[in-house]
Write a protein that binds this ligand. Structure first.
Ligand SMILES: NC(=O)c1ccc[n+]([C@@H]2O[C@H](COP(=O)([O-])OP(=O)(O)OC[C@H]3O[C@@H](n4cnc5c(N)ncnc54)[C@H](O)[C@@H]3O)[C@@H](O)[C@H]2O)c1
Length: 368
């Protein structure tokens, strides 16, 4: 059987990625094109010229181009939908796809949703209607990440004690990947509590949603492993240079470091390093680093294989929800000025609520 695929939210310019638009749809479509059992049948974008340019690129006819996603669902009845719209509309569109009764699988971009309630609703409705729902935390498919997990599982650094990450673009946008990787390394163990603080003094809107300027967060998992993370999007390089890593795994007998961030290719340390107790740092050879469009191909191939074989995909909604809980729990901790015990019981987006109430008043960009 061949699966029909449609993309909602095509974006405009894949050659010119920025925090306002990466046109992720083009990367999703390229992933489906590589699979023998998938055929791209249509696209929708509220900006018609974006959808038309995408249709030109991927050889779709005029009658496969839509402005409204519900018109596309009704006319084409696709088996698989990729949702590549901004986070604020993920929930509405995903739930509409689920309720269409025709869509079998949805691959949605991260972060899951702009409220915790929205993220839970998507997960609940997908489960209730038997639709496979996944989120594009594609870094789980990096060879550096996979190899780090293999080294950890083989006991090369003893027992895992602490996981760290640093994010250069906030806990919501970039941090969605980062928390997700922490949970991947710790076998999706649920969080126990989260203690966090944020600073938000200058507007930092990424793909249409607010992200704090700086944050520090400490959390504990129910298996006793701790997490520590920092975000800094002020451009000073704060936590990234302080942590010298994207993710650092600290064990009883050593340390593994994944994907340090460096603009300077000359100085770029290896994508993966290990230090066993009493020894020096050792670079570990990997096929790739922490970033690469080919990870999306691998994610999409895994989703489609799991749909066919009725297996749980690596990027399933339950895993994404674990990361989303830690993001919103950090912002909730800042709102409450205290520790937040999990499970998280809120429905809103605490950062957005603090903006709405006037508790946070970030200056427009350039006014500070
Ligand atoms: N996985 C990653 O590493 C990664 C990288 C960049 C962006 N993203 C995520 O991808 C998502 C999309 O970001 P992007 O950079 O591709 O954005 P983009 O602006 O390039 O494309 C989004 C498109 O969605 C369209 N759109 C908005 N509302 C719509 C609606 N209701 N129906 C149909 N179309 C609608 C817009 O007109 C736009 O063309 C975001 O959630 C973003 O966080 C993920």
């Amino acid at each position: 059987m061949t699966y029909t695929v449609a993309i909602i939210g095509t974006g405009a310019e894949p050659e010119n990625p920025s925090r306002d638009g990466y046109a992720m749809a083009y990367h999703h479509a390229a992933g489906y094109e590589k699979l023998n059992d998938c055929t791209l049948v249509g696209c929708a974008d509220i900006v018609r010229k974006n959808a038309e340019a995408f249709a030109d690129e991927f050889g779709l006819d005029d009658d496969a181009v839509f402005e409204k996603h519900d018109a596309l669902l009704e006319a084409l009845e696709p088996d698989i939908v990729s949702i590549c719209v901004p986070p604020a509309v993920h929930t509405e569109i995903a739930v509409d796809c689920i309720h269409s009764g025709v869509v079998k699988a949805i691959h949605c971009e991260k972060p899951m949703a702009d409220t915790y309630g929205g993220a839970k609703l998507m997960t609940q409705e997908a489960n209730r209607h038997g639709v496979q729902l996944t989120f594009n935390h594609q870094r789980r498919f990096s060879d550096a990440v996979r190899t780090a997990k293999e080294l950890l599982d083989a006991g090369e650094i003893g027992d895992l004690q602490r996981i760290e990450f640093s994010s250069p673009v906030g806990l919501f946008d970039y941090g969605s990947h980062s928390f997700d990787l922490c949970n991947y390394f710790n076998d999706e163990t649920p969080g126990k509590w989260v203690l966090g603080q944020i600073d938000y003094t200058e507007e930092n809107v990424v793909f249409g949603s607010h992200n704090e300027n700086q944050a520090i967060v400490h959390w504990e998992y129910t298996n006793g492993v701790h997490g520590i993370a920092a975000s800094d999007s002020t451009g000073t390089g704060g936590p990234v240079s302080a942590f010298h890593s994207h993710n650092r795994l600290i064990g009883t007998d050593g340390v593994i470091v994944v994907g340090p961030e460096s603009e300077d290719e000359e100085k770029e340390p290896p994508a993966l390093r290990i230090r066993r107790d009493g020894k020096g740092w050792e670079a570990v050879n990997t096929e790739d680093g922490l970033h690469g469009w080919e990870f999306i191909d691998r994610a999409i191939a895994d989703n489609v294989r799991c749909l066919r074989e009725n297996e749980p995909p690596e990027l399933r909604a339950e895993n994404a929800l674990n990361a989303t809980e830690l993001i919103f729990a950090t912002w909730e901790s800042s709102r409450r000025h205290g520790r937040v015990d999990l499970p998280l019981t809120i429905e809103d987006n605490p950062l957005q609520s603090m903006l709405n109430s006037g508790d946070l008043t970030p200056a427009p960009v350039g006014e500070n």
